[in-house]
Each structure stands twice: as structure tokens, then as C-alpha cells.
Write a protein of this length. Structure first.
Lengths: 466, 460
């Protein structure tokens, strides 16, 4: 299936077939993706890939019930079969009336591309990775191995629905990751870091590889002196940036309105109530230019927007897709996202962050007699109904008598979402957005990002020796 | 192949489609021939087709129906001593040629890599008549699948006032795979998988909705009880587990004996398997580097790969580059016997290729069941699930959130949450005491419930 096919698909006929059994709504989501990757290993750029993927996903709704099918074929009969299969979620023989006038949604382009990835040869990417390799090796004589990987994706989307909505979106994504292995004193340590944006070839800046090379070497060198701390409950100061994973795991998922409408989130029924101290604002935002989590328009036709989930400590909005918005009688918030045409959209986060507060990082650290300061993370998880969340800390420091002391690494931290939110004791004024390759794995993979100023949580359980 | 569908069956009004069996194979052959014609010295082509259905029932209503049918062609190119890949889900001659032209041009710009070669022919699979094949047939009607999901949810819906919701999910998949290469490799396999799962959420104290799940699965519909007259117990078991998790708490940090339930046990083994992989070893980022032939686990710990066991998920005769599988003892009496080495990483390490990874992992237990392990442990923590966490593959340091139960004298005392285990993998497996004979057969890793002594738990 190609772009011309997408533009020429018999959308009216497919939507009519999709609704022939009485479904109340249907949409068509055509997608074509071109993906390139190129890898440096053992000092040389010696592997590259070119991949294409395309297809048409057809969704039919009847109330909160969903029928979904997709086809990778350009044949009209295959697209029609997919429509008829999805239609089976409804069981009436009365076709629903549908609008046929197409109104195309135009939005501001948050990720304009002037340097198209499809026009960029490996000849331009190879020296970029090679220079990154040289910078990492040059930064520390203990470096033994480097793996660097550059990937770019260009996704074209064409959408139609039974309400007459149509849109087109061209979504770029570029990611660069580097990992480094160092040996010293008979020990081996490794660390990695990454950056990712919705951007074209403008991504290939020398400043980017300088930044990443310095960061990966510093992170790896740090590991040699770090240890797992003694575990237990303690106050935790979460450094600005990647600590936004706290918001993603402890709060964001539990605010996704599919969990709310099914009454399985621990925050179900708490809209309009206080969930944390006054002055705290928590946002899920799809409108940050070039951000990995941004979307001009979501995957069911709602423009990307900035959603205040918590305003001045009060829970003010959940994250809605079309189904939950209809159930709660509120506008959709532009969170209906999907991994690809193979998946139906779900409420998903975009860029989730907390706004600055009045404190300073120094004052938050100074207020702790014994605790933990954490600054880099690799992964997290949450149990929606119980509210228990975790995130894995790659590096941090013990706090003793108000000062950072011993470096720590490789500990899991666990807490309860509502309790942790209510236990935020202070927010600093040093907000940083983390632009790493964060990917959310709720049933499907979706690119997201997160950020936060430095925050003090009164008590969390920290892993480590007993 | 997506653009060569033929209409195969119509039943109950649900129209199904299925590709012509030989078309995908033909496209794989076309890609191979075309790549060679364009000057590539060696090439491997993997073609895959997969069809799946799922039906999700929430409480007493069909929430989702989903049908997927997909195919892909993945091409490995070895040109002028250089290596590149390309893939498409649009296996048509024109698209394949366009893709090959782009990918070959890109590959020729890369640095040469002498270790990127096809696997040694004598180590490759060579056991099939080249008659090809296609997708396995679907023995179940749409109505039977839907009914199975409804029957599962009905097992608990309306039976307990604490139940917030039950979600029952039936899903199946049928797939086929071809791998061919320019050394005349020819591999074909087809597979099926059926699963039935239930998740229940219940009302707990403080607005909590603890939930739990239960799943059945296997390569035939029998594995999920289709055709049985007895009521399905999936949802009932999920509900019992969710109810048991209400009002959890923490216990003081300390060292406790740990029993890990069978369904969670693979989490602890996964970092060990990863540390045996060529990709980690060759980079020096494995805590099992230079440990071949050495003690890495307790002397009564033995782990096998049994790839040819019939009727087990994960069984296979070849890996993704065509290397032939065979039964192997990976760890014998605590001694590491095997690294998982593909042709590339074996070459780089000046070793012989083995296999890219395990197929059907088996760890035999000598205790009767989970309860026997709990009794043997005396006092400790039963871990029924992990909540996040990770393992540093270079050092073996790990830290995982857990949920489970405190037990004493063989009795479950109370549910636990918000606790964390930490340690080092090399030390953990030396603390292995025993395993039960209760491995679950719905996944390729058949790891039973495990008992470890004196593990560090962080809690209060």
C-alpha cells in the first residue's frame, strides 16, 4: 500500500461496510512507515537496515465495544473484508446513518521537517557515528567498547471517520543511543544514554554527539564507585529530568481514562478532589515542538493538546480517548494513540511533567538527614488498581546530614501512587525535560517523554541490602 | 502475501481470508534470487505469515473483537564483506526490487565485517522435504471462540459482591515461517497457539482495586479446555487470587527464605540466559564472561534445553539463521555448559556457533508442589509476582519489586506489597535450594516454583 493508494481508498464505501451491522462509529487509519537504522560496533559502522511497513486499520465502535481488523493489502476486496470483520462488534442489521461530507482537520505542525530522512544517505550518518565513537574513546582511557545506533522513522498517516473527519499527518522520529563499556581495577561497568525527537535530518548536529559522548562516559565512570545501598523506607529526592518517570508510573497510567471508566484505577471517582499539596501542577502535553511524545493530532482525530491533570493539587482531568470521553460526557483530550495500524487506539500519555515549584534542589537535599537522591532511571511499572508503582534507579547518592555522600546504583524503588503524590514535600524551580528514548508499553509501544523539577517525596521503599 | 488473498471460508457471517499457501514462499525465493542477481554474494530470506483472532469479554458483554493477518519478508544481505538488512510487509516483486536496490547501495557504504557470514552449512537444519506448506488450518468457529470467552467470564461474574470487573480473553494465532539462504538452506515451520486468560479486580480497602490473573495456553484448543463440559476455572482462580491480595502490607527489612511461584520464576532466570548470549559476552558486558565450565549455581541445579519435545510451545528444529537445534544441558549440577552463540558472535569470539538462544527450557523439580516448598522453607516470603525492577547484565546486580505472602510453618499468613528483593545473580543462584515439580506448560520456559535461602528484602 502506498501514499497514492491511501489518498484514493474508497473511504466512503469502507465506512459504509464497517457500519452495516449497526455500529455507531467507524474510522479508517492508513499508515505507511519507512524506517532506517545504522549501527556502530567495535569501532566501525558495520550494519544498516531499511524497512517499510504499511497497512489500513479499521475500527468500529458500538458504545464502549470495539471491533478491529486490519489489512496490509491494497486489494479493494481485502480492505472490504477488514471493514466487514470489524463490523461484527455490532449485531444489528440496521446500518447506522453516517455523514459523508469530509471536513479535513488542519493543525499547527509541531514537527516540520526540512531535511527528509528518506533523502539522507548512510554516507552522512556514518561519520556522525564514527565521530561519536572517537569522542567516547577519547574521553577516558578506561573505555573498552562502544555501541552507537542511529535510527529514523518517517510515518505518513491518513485518517477518515464516519463523522466526516479526515486528516493527514507526517510524523518523523529520530533516535540516537550510545552505550559504553569501561574496565578499571579488575571491574567492568557499562552505561548508556540516548536522545530522541520528532525531527528530520536537522537532528544530526555535532553538539548532540558531544553531549551524549560526555554523558555516557560520565555515567559509566560513576558506576565504579557506586554500590547498592541498604534498603528500607526513606525520603527520596528525585533529580530534575528523568525523575518524571515518577509521574508516568505513579500517576499518569492511573489517570488514563480507560482504567477510570472501568473503575479499576485507584484514582477512580477522585476527579475534583485534592491529590497533592497546593501549588503542584501536573501536565500531559502533546504540543511541545519536536518532543518525542508530541502529536499534531491523535490517532482518532482529536488535535494534540496540553492537558492539566492536576491543577494546584486538585485532580482536574483524566486522559481521554473517544470512548471514555463519550462515557464521561467531556471532550476527548487527544490521548487516543496507537502503536501502528495493527492496533486500536487507547488512552496513552504524551509528554508528562510537573511544573516548577518554589524551592531549590539544594534546599530539598539539605532538609534530609538520611535519605536517597536519584537521578538516572531505566524502567518503571505500575499496578493500576493497587496503585503500587516502581522505577529502577541506575544512579544516585545517599543523602546524609543534608549532603550527597556515597554513590549508589541498581536499586528499585517502590511506592503507592496516591500516597506518594500526597507525600510530595517540596518542588524545586529547576525543571528539565528528559529527551531520552522513553517508550511506554501499555499493551502497545508508544513513544513518550517525561520531565520534572527536583522533587522531594517524604517516604518510598528503596531496594538494597537488609 | 497480502495482495494475493483468496476467499477461503465464510461461516457465521464472519468472512475470513487466507493467503495462497505457496505465494509467500515464492516471494522469499524471488527476493533471494533477485538479491544474488543484483550482485550480493550471500543472502538469507525469512518470510513469515501470521493470522490471529481475539475476543475479549468484560463482565457479561463482548468488549473487543480483533482479527489480524500479516506477513513480512526480512532479507539479510552480505555484500562485498559488508552486512545490511531490509524488510517489507508488502512482498511484491516491484517492492522487493526497489527495497533491495536501496538496501544494497546502503550496505556497500558500510565498513567490511569479516564475521558477517552465513552459518556453517554442516551446522544448519537439513531435515525436511522441500514441499513447503502454509498456515495451519483453523479448527474452531468464530462462535466457539466467542463462547469460550463468555463462558470464562460467566464463571465469576455476579458471584462475589467484591468483584469490580472480570475480563476474559480468548486468543489464538496460526503462523508459518520460511527461512532460505544462498547456501541452499531450506527451513519451514508452522505453529499454532491458543490461550484463555481471565483478570479480576476486586474492591479493597482505601479505594484500592487489587487484581490478579490466571492464564491457560498451549498449541491445541485442548490446552484451554475447549470441548470440555466442566465449567472453566480460569476466572475463578483469578478471582481467588485477587481476593487474597486485599489489605497487603510490608514486613521489616531483613533476610528471608524466598519461594517464587512458577508463573513468576522466569523473571529471575531471564538475566542468566541473557548473560549467556553472544551479544553480551562479545562486548564483555556479561556477568558470566569466562564462566564456561565453572560453577554458577548450586550443585543441585540443572537446566536443560529440550527443543524437540512434541506439543510444547517453543519447540523448533532451527533458529533464526537456520542453525539446527538439539537437546542440550545448559547448566549441569551448577556448572555452566553452554553459551548461546550465533554465527556472528561466535566468529568474533573465535568460538564455534551453538544456537542463538534456548527453545524449550526445562528445570526439573524434586519437590511435589508449591506447598511442599513452603513447608520446606519453614518461614519466609512467597513471591507470586514481580513489580518492576531490573538486573545489571554486566555485574549481575539486581533489584525487583515483589508482591506475595508471608508464610510460617507452611501456612500463608498475610499478603505483602511494596517490598523489594536485591542482590547479585551469581549469589542468588548459589542460594537455590529446591524446585517443585509444577512447571507451567503454556510457555516455552517451563520453570517451576523455586526456593532460595536468605534473600535480602527491603520493606519497613
Amino acid at each position: 500500500m502506498d501514499l497514492q493508494t491511501a489518498i484514493n481508498i474508497p473511504w466512503k464505501r469502507l465506512l459504509r461496510l464497517a457500519l452495516e451491522r449497526g455500529g455507531s462509529y467507524a474510522d479508517l487509519f492508513f499508515e505507511q512507515t519507512i524506517y532506517h537504522d545504522i549501527t556502530l560496533r567495535d569501532g566501525q559502522v558495520n550494519a544498516a537496515g531499511t524497512h517499510t511497513d504499511s497497512g489500513l486499520g479499521i475500527r468500529v465502535l458500538t458504545g464502549d465495544q470495539t471491533g478491529y481488523a486490519f489489512t496490509e493489502s491494497v486489494a479493494a476486496r481485502d480492505m472490504e473484508r477488514a471493514a466487514q470483520t470489524a463490523a461484527f462488534i455490532a449485531d444489528s442489521s440496521n446500518p447506522a446513518p453516517q455523514s459523508v461530507r469530509l471536513h479535513t482537520i488542519k493543525t499547527k505542525n509541531l514537527y516540520p521537517v526540512t531535511d527528509q530522512w528518506n533523502d539522507i544517505s548512510p554516507e552522512r550518518k556514518i561519520p556522525f557515528l564514527q565521530e561519536m565513537n572517537d569522542l567516547v574513546f577519547g574521553a577516558d582511557k578506561c573505555v573498552k567498547k562502544v555501541i552507537a545506533r542511529l535510527s529514523d522513522t518517517t510515518t505518513f498517516i491518513r485518517f477518515y471517520d464516519s463523522e466526516g473527519t479526515g486528516f493527514t499527518d507526517l510524523r518523523p522520529m529520530a533516535s540516537l543511543s550510545v552505550s559504553c563499556i569501561m574496565e578499571a581495577g579488575g571491574k567492568t561497568e557499562t552505561a548508556s544514554c540516548s536522545r530522541s525527537f520528532r525531527i528530520g535530518g536537522e537532528f544530526l548536529q555535532h553538539s548532540l554527539i558531544e553531549e551524549l559522548a560526555a554523558e555516557v562516559v560520565a555515567r559509566t565512570a560513576f558506576q565504579f564507585s557506586a554500590v547498592q545501598p541498604k534498603g528500607g523506607e526513606m525520603p527520596v529526592v528525585m533529580a530534575a529530568g528523568g525523575s518524571g518517570i515518577l509521574l508516568h508510573e505513579a500517576i499518569g497510567h492511573a489517570f488514563e481514562a480507560d482504567f477510570i471508566r472501568k473503575s479499576i484505577s485507584i484514582f477512580s471517582g477522585r476527579l475534583g478532589t485534592r491529590v497533592c499539596a497546593p501549588g503542584i501542577n501536573i501536565i500531559d502535553d502533546g504540543t511541545i515542538p519536536f518532543n518525542r511524545g508530541s502529536i499534531n493530532i491523535d490517532d482518532e482525530g482529536t488535535p494534540g493538546q496540553k492537558t492539566y491533570m492536576v491543577t494546584d493539587g486538585i485532580l482536574t482531568s483524566f486522559l481521554h480517548d473517544r470512548i471514555s470521553a463519550a462515557q464521561f460526557g467531556v471532550p476527548a483530550t487527544g490521548n487516543g494513540r496507537r502503536e501502528s495500524f495493527r492496533f486500536m487506539p487507547l488512552p496513552r500519555m504524551r509528554a508528562t511533567y510537573m511544573e516548577n515549584g518554589p524551592s531549590t534542589e539544594e534546599s530539598l537535599i539539605a532538609s534530609i538527614k538520611k535519605g536517597l537522591y536519584v537521578d538516572t532511571f531505566s524502567n518503571g511499572q505500575v499496578q493500576i488498581g493497587a496503585g503500587d508503582f516502581t522505577f529502577y534507579v541506575k544512579s544516585g547518592y545517599l543523602i546524609e546530614k543534608g549532603k550527597l555522600t556515597r554513590p549508589v546504583k541498581d536499586v528499585n524503588i517502590i511506592g503507592n501512587g496516591p500516597a506518594a503524590l500526597a507525600d510530595i514535600k517540596g518542588v524545586a524551580n529547576n525543571f528539565i525535560m528528559d529527551n531520552g528514548t522513553w517508550t511506554c508499553g501499555k499493551e502497545q509501544s508508544c513513544p513518550v517523554s517525561c520531565g520534572m523539577p527536583t522533587v522531594l517525596v517524604g517516604s518510598l521503599t528503596v531496594g538494597g541490602g537488609a | 502475501m497480502r495482495n494475493a488473498y483468496c476467499s477461503c471460508r465464510i461461516f457465521n457471517g464472519w468472512r475470513r481470508s487466507m493467503s495462497t499457501p505457496f505465494t509467500l514462499k515464492d516471494m522469499a525465493q524471488y527476493a533471494l534470487t533477485s538479491a544474488l542477481r543484483k550482485g550480493v554474494e550471500q543472502v538469507r530470506v525469512t518470510a513469515m505469515q501470521d493470522v490471529s483472532d481475539s475476543f475479549t469479554v468484560r463482565n457479561d458483554k463482548l468488549e473487543k473483537l480483533y482479527q489480524a493477518g500479516e506477513s513480512s519478508l526480512f532479507i539479510h544481505l552480505f555484500a562485498d564483506g559488508r552486512y545490511g538488512t531490509c524488510s517489507t510487509n508488502r512482498p511484491e516483486e516491484k517492492e522487493i526490487d526497489r527495497l533491495l536496490d536501496t538496501a544494497i547501495a546502503s550496505t556497500r557504504l558500510l565498513a567490511a565485517d569479516p564475521y558477517r557470514v552465513l552459518p556453517p552449512a554442516e551446522k544448519c537444519y537439513n531435515g525436511l522435504i522441500r514441499s513447503g506448506g502454509g498456515l495451519p488450518s483453523d479448527p474452531l468457529s468464530v462462535e466457539a471462540k466467542k463462547k469460550t470467552a463468555f463462558k470464562c467470564a460467566a464463571g465469576v461474574w455476579g458471584t462475589d459482591p467484591s468483584l469490580v470487573h472480570v475480563t476474559a480473553d480468548y486468543s489464538d494465532s496460526r503462523s508459518c515461517l520460511y527461512i532460505i539462504d544462498s547456501q541452499d538452506l531450506y527451513c519451514f515451520s508452522s505453529d499454532t497457539y491458543y490461550s484463555l486468560s481471565a483478570e479480576c479486580a476486586v474492591n479493597g480497602p482505601h479505594n484500592t482495586r487489587p487484581s490478579d490473573w490466571y492464564v491457560k495456553g498451549g498449541i491445541t484448543p485442548d490446552a484451554i479446555g475447549i470441548g470440555e463440559s466442566a465449567p472453566d476455572n480460569c476466572a475463578r482462580l483469578a478471582l481467588e487470587r485477587a481476593l487474597a491480595k486485599r489489605a497487603p502490607g510490608k514486613i521489616p527489612s531483613g533476610y528471608y527464605n524466598m519461594v517464587v511461584e512458577n508463573r513468576a520464576a522466569s523473571t529471575l532466570l531471564a538475566p542468566v540466559i541473557q548473560a549467556m548470549s553472544g551479544s553480551a559476552l562479545q562486548q564483555g558486558s556479561s556477568f558470566l564472561l569466562n564462566m564456561l565450565g565453572k560453577q554458577i549455581a548450586a550443585s543441585h541445579f540443572t537446566l536443560k534445553d529440550e527443543p524437540h519435545l512434541p506439543n510444547e510451545p517453543g519447540r523448533r528444529y532451527f533458529d533464526s539463521e537456520g542453525l539446527a537445534t538439539k537437546p542440550r544441558t545448559i547448566i549441569e549440577n551448577g556448572i555452566l555448559n553452554l553459551y548461546f552463540l550465533s554465527t556472528y558472535f561466535a566468529g568474533k569470539m573465535q568460538m564455534t556457533p551453538t544456537i542463538e538462544g534456548p527453545s524449550v527450557l526445562q528445570l526439573e523439580g524434586c519437590e511435589k508442589d508449591l506447598h511442599s516448598l513452603i513447608q520446606k522453607a519453614g518461614k519466609g516470603v512467597l513471591v507470586t509476582g514481580f513489580n518492576g525492577g531490573n538486573c545489571n547484565g554486566t555485574t549481575g546486580d539486581f533489584s525487583y519489586g515483589i508482591e506475595g505472602f508471608l508464610f510460617e510453618n507452611g501456612d500463608i499468613l498475610r499478603p505483602l506489597n511494596e517490598m523489594i528483593i536485591s542482590g547479585n545473580m551469581k549469589d542468588l543462584w548459589l542460594r537455590f535450594l529446591s524446585a517443585a515439580d509444577d512447571a507451567l506448560h503454556y510457555s516455552a520456559w517451563q520453570i517451576p516454583s523455586l526456593l532460595f535461602e536468605n534473600i535480602a528484602f527491603a520493606g519497613l
